[in-house]
Ligand binder design. Sequence first.
Ligand SMILES: [Zn+2]
Ligand SMILES: [Zn+2]
Length: 307
Amino acid sequence: MDRVQEAPKVVLPTDCKNLFANRASRMDALAHVQDGPMGPYLGFLAHVCRAQSKVFNQADAEPVSPALLQNSREHGMPPVADLVFNRAAQWRADLKSLLSSLAEEDKLEESLRSEAKAFVAHLERDPNQVESLADAILTGAVLENTDARRVPFVGAALQVYFTRIAQALPVADVQNADVQSLCPCCGSRPTASVVHMEPDRSNARYLYCSLCQTEWNMERVKCSSCYKEGGIAYLIIDTDPKAATKAAVRAETCDDCKTYLKIFIQEKDPLLDVMADDIGSLALDMLVDEKGYTRTGPNLLLYPGSE
Ligand SMILES: [Zn+2]
Ligand SMILES: [Zn+2]
């Protein structure tokens, strides 16, 4: 007798060089169909994701200490959470490679290439300021002006650095986290959730980490922030009721805590990518914001004020 296979609790990222390259292609595809300023912005991010793909294999994953891994196995503490894990200078080397690659990208607009070049100079002059900026981004602090414009570069480099670590970890080391709203590997908030169509996790919902690309299972129709089920509703952009069952992108809103997070239905659009499609559907964020719900998870490629 076959047993019904249980969907895995945690799915760590694999084949990330391709993951970032595929994301770049999706950014490009969405850039072509977006009206307004988001089209060019997605085009810019396609270059950023291609740079992430390039930089990904240029270094090995930072080792995680046995003590942190033991703490994770025994007490469910995410082993590379900001509180317990000190990121090494390698992430700044990743940032520099990423910026240098963008500065040389002749298909990128001249002003953005200069911006990347100027940021390399700043990074060499004042690494401590860039470390503080990374801390601010990881804690979700409000940023302005130059710092805000640098969010997608820093976010992309931090993603490369932390995704390498996640890819190298044995999944058994991150199975026991009990704070379901946070990534079991790095303790960050999810960008969105995805209902999968792959056979081993068909119809299961996974939260998708904003930083390290780890996914973790959470039952459907449940608030990913307060865990209540009673006040859940789904909003989509299209007002035609017939569109509701077809929409690949929905906002899962909770009336108990007045928050929301997007949920992507892969079966409705197999090519979707959480980071790309999240930015490609900012109109839905505006609609949900207007109804008084606050978004719970960030997208590290989006600079504040770009929506
Ligand atoms: Zn994570
Ligand atoms: Zn809630």
